[in-house]
Design a protein around this ligand. Structure first.
Ligand SMILES: NC(=O)c1ccc[n+]([C@@H]2O[C@H](COP(=O)([O-])OP(=O)(O)OC[C@H]3O[C@@H](n4cnc5c(N)ncnc54)[C@H](OP(=O)(O)O)[C@@H]3O)[C@@H](O)[C@H]2O)c1
Length: 298
């Protein structure tokens, strides 16, 4: 029997590669996207799927909009009753330190990365429970393992969705449903480009901190970022998990951080991350900070 999978954020990046791969593997793919026409065009171009293919459907979904979530859930129920797999892939990132990232950006990130997936899941769960089998997959990141510098809002949203997924897994296991958290490493998509907004003031008190993070980040991405197709293959394997909860890492950098965070004391992990991100040591920026404060006062 053909199994069905809903993938959010299937218009590009990891979602597009995953939707294409699973379609090629014989799944019935429901690609949830903000721009259905453009996204489906991309998907058909990659997969060679014909228009009106019964195994590839695009549905409109904006995770920051409750009405859109409710409509998308209804459309899915009409199509397949309950999906066999629901992948929470869509996500937003933002660069900028905790002090400088505006509250509007925090709200936008949490709406897309946490509240939207929670609401979408709530809308689909009754049907999934009634079916008595199925899996929910959460695409998390290294920021969900440890708070990363320069992306505090993003890290906080990924940490929050991981904790939600763990709670959910306990509750839905008695209904035959499971959860997999994918701790995702670095993959070449638009999330790593200037498409992602940067709220940091690069001439302000954190300038040297951002400088370190950006140069370390650039070097790392140039050397290590993997292809979205590699992520798609890992997702296809994760779908076959049958434990009530599984946490998998995707990519060597994610595995490195994940196991380091499990094995080493927190302060050691903090120091290793700070060094890798080229963050100056304690008191190194005291003068810069004092200068900024006195400059503000005058
Ligand atoms: N690439 C990496 O290195 C990496 C690392 C760790 C984790 N991840 C995670 O992997 C997932 C996919 O990221 P990506 O790398 O593929 O990024 P991407 O290329 O920027 O794609 C992000 C996707 O999310 C969708 N999206 C954004 N806001 C949305 C909203 N309000 N409602 C519905 N969809 C929305 C986008 O749709 P539009 O086309 O409409 O904008 C797009 O399809 C994210 O959860 C991200 O945090 C990525």
């Amino acid at each position: 029997m053909t199994r069905s999978i809903v993938i959010t954020g299937a218009s590009r990046g990891l979602g597009l590669a995953s939707a294409a791969h699973l379609y090629e593997q014989g799944w019935q793919v429901i690609a949830a996207m903000r721009s259905v026409d453009a996204g489906l065009k991309n998907l058909r171009a990659v997969t060679g799927a014909v228009e009106n293919s019964p195994r590839l459907t695009g549905i409109k979904l904006d995770l920051a909009d409750s009405d859109s979530i409710a409509c998308a859930a209804e459309e899915i129920k009409m199509l397949v009753g309950a999906p066999d797999v629901l992948v929470h892939n869509a996500g937003l990132a933002a660069a900028g330190g905790a002090e400088e990232t505006p509250m509007a950006a925090w709200h936008q990130l949490f709406a897309t990365n946490l509240f939207g997936p929670v609401e979408f899941t709530k809308a689909l769960l009754p049907a999934m429970r009634a079916k008595g089998r199925g899996r929910i997959i959460v695409v998390s990141s290294q920021g969900g393992v440890r708070g990363m510098p320069g992306i505090s809002a993003y890290s906080a949203s990924k940490g929050a969705i991981e904790r939600w997924a763990e709670s959910l897994a306990h509750e839905i296991a008695p209904f035959g449903l499971g959860v997999t958290i994918l701790v995702t490493g670095t993959f070449k998509t638009e999330i790593l480009t200037e498409q992602t907004p940067d709220y940091g003031n690069h001439n302000g008190p954190y300038a040297k901190v951002y400088e370190g993070i950006h140069s370390a980040g650039r070097e790392f991405v140039d050397k290590n970022a993997s292809s979205p197709e590699k992520f798609a293959r890992a997702l296809a394997a994760a779908i076959e998990d049958d434990a009530p909860i599984r946490r998998r890492t995707v990519g060597p950098d994610a595995a490195g951080l994940y196991y380091m965070a499990r094995l080493l004391p927190g302060n050691v992990v903090h120091t290793i991350i700070r060094k890798a991100m080229k963050i100056p040591g304690a008191n190194a920026l005291k003068d810069a900070s004092a200068n900024t404060v006195s400059a503000r006062k005058t």
